[in-house]
Design a protein around this ligand. Structure first.
Ligand code: ZN
Length: 411
């Protein structure tokens, strides 16, 4: 995950440990969780959410309750509690009913001054209390080396979980490159469809991910069955459904990352600016989709992944208003009001795959608003016979991490 703070990009990289977490570190996790939950309670009572306010009202008591904890960790517990309280306050404001917040998960967070990481050996020196430290040995793969060896990245916070460690790497946001081509993509339930424009040539591109919708449907049906079967016990049914949801998200996330990586590799090699539709405010139209409220999230998630990865790598991304993009003729500008099939056909003679047509309109919008610099697009130059495949399911089937192959795998 990456977040942007004042042009500073942060990326969390997960590591496994060579051996089990030392028991002193496990105790530290328990203490940390206790401290977080106590400060949540103190914050609720005093109606404050900022770390500094929490420190003011609760530090003294806490010091007495946790006399042995390293002071920096205690401050970090206030920070975690502050974030929980802010989220809580947001959901209360939104009217989402919620219970008193409580952190169940065992975790601890250390700010970058509160631990040491030897980037060559992958050994972390974590203070537990004054004068007593433990050593955590990270399993370092080639993927991890990329981050550890890159000295333009600085170290941020450290998150310790019972079975893994997350190190935050930070860097200044690189300046996006000046694009030499455009990759405009229309985002659909099962694919990204678009047009790639380089010089005078324009070709259709496609990234196909039908499994995302299939996985969603599969888990949706399974949840429905669970609800019916366990109707006598709402608590069990709720827990099982939640577990289903987590599994579904993991399986879909994995594929979305693969799709995003392929798209970004393409854009980086050809120095393309990526044009996407702004999905904000877009709601499912049909009631069937409303029943399945989740159907928008993979698309939003895919955009999120593409955007933060692009930012990290300095690939420019443009977001444009998608209004009428699927109903407009890019040649004559006519807007159609009837629903159409797989192909967009216009009275002026233009016809095109409906999704690709939409991506052409997104590109036209970006160009007309002066967002694409000097890049131009001539629909007449479109090469109908060429389709470039950015991604297809076969690419994932080879590398599904949990051993299930194919789409409707056993879970
Ligand atoms: Zn037309």
């Amino acid at each position: 995950m990456a977040v942007v703070t004042d042009e500073m990009l942060v990326k969390g990289v997960a590591f496994r440990l060579e051996s089990d977490l030392p028991s002193d570190a496990k105790l530290l996790l328990e203490d940390f969780r206790l401290a977080v939950n106590n400060s949540i309670r103190a914050g609720l009572q005093a109606r404050v959410t900022s770390r500094n306010a929490l420190v003011r009202i609760a530090y003294k008591d806490f010091r007495e309750q946790h006399p042995r904890m390293y002071a920096q960790h205690l401050v970090s517990a206030f920070e975690v509690a502050g974030n929980v309280l802010k989220n809580h306050r947001r959901s209360v404001r939104k009217g989402v009913t919620c219970r008193i917040p409580y952190v169940k998960r065992l975790l601890m967070k250390a700010e970058n001054q509160a631990y040491k990481l030897d980037r060559r050996s992958g050994v972390i020196d974590l203070p537990i209390r004054a004068g007593y430290h433990v050593e955590l040995r990270l399993v370092v793969s080639q993927y991890h080396r990329k981050y550890l060896d890159d000295m333009t990245l600085s170290l941020g916070s450290l998150t310790v979980l019972p079975n893994r460690i997350i190190v935050a790497f930070r860097r200044d946001a690189p300046k996006p490159f000046v694009p030499e081509s455009v990759l405009s993509l229309d985002t659909n339930e099962r694919s990204l469809d678009g047009v790639f424009v380089e010089g005078d040539a324009a070709r259709a591109v496609k990234a196909d991910f039908p499994e995302v919708a299939i996985i969603q449907q599969l888990h949706h049906d399974r949840r429905k069955r669970l609800q019916k079967k366990k109707a006598y016990d709402r608590r069990i049914s709720r827990n099982l459904c939640r577990r289903e949801g987590t599994r579904e998200r993991h399986r879909i996330d994995y594929r979305l990352h693969e799709v995003a990586n392929s798209v970004l590799r393409f854009a980086e090699e050809r120095r393309s600016v990526i044009v996407l539709e702004d999905l904000k405010g877009m709601k499912p139209k049909r009631s069937k989709e409303l029943n399945r409220r989740l159907s928008m999230w993979p698309r939003r998630k895919l955009h999120q992944i593409i955007e933060y990865k692009a930012q990290w790598r300095g690939i420019p991304v443009l977001k444009v208003d998608p209004r009428n993009s699927s109903r407009t003729c890019p040649i004559c500008g006519r807007i159609q009001y009837s629903r159409m099939g797989a192909e967009f056909k216009c009275e002026c003679g233009w016809h095109m795959d409906r999704h690709i047509n939409a991506s052409i309109n997104l590109l036209q919008t970006a160009i007309s608003r002066g967002m694409a610099g000097g890049l131009r697009f001539d629909p007449g130059a479109f090469q109908h016979d060429v389709m470039m495949i950015l991604y297809e399911p076969a690419m994932a089937a080879r590398s599904e991490p949990n051993g299930t192959s194919g789409i409707v795998g056993v879970t």
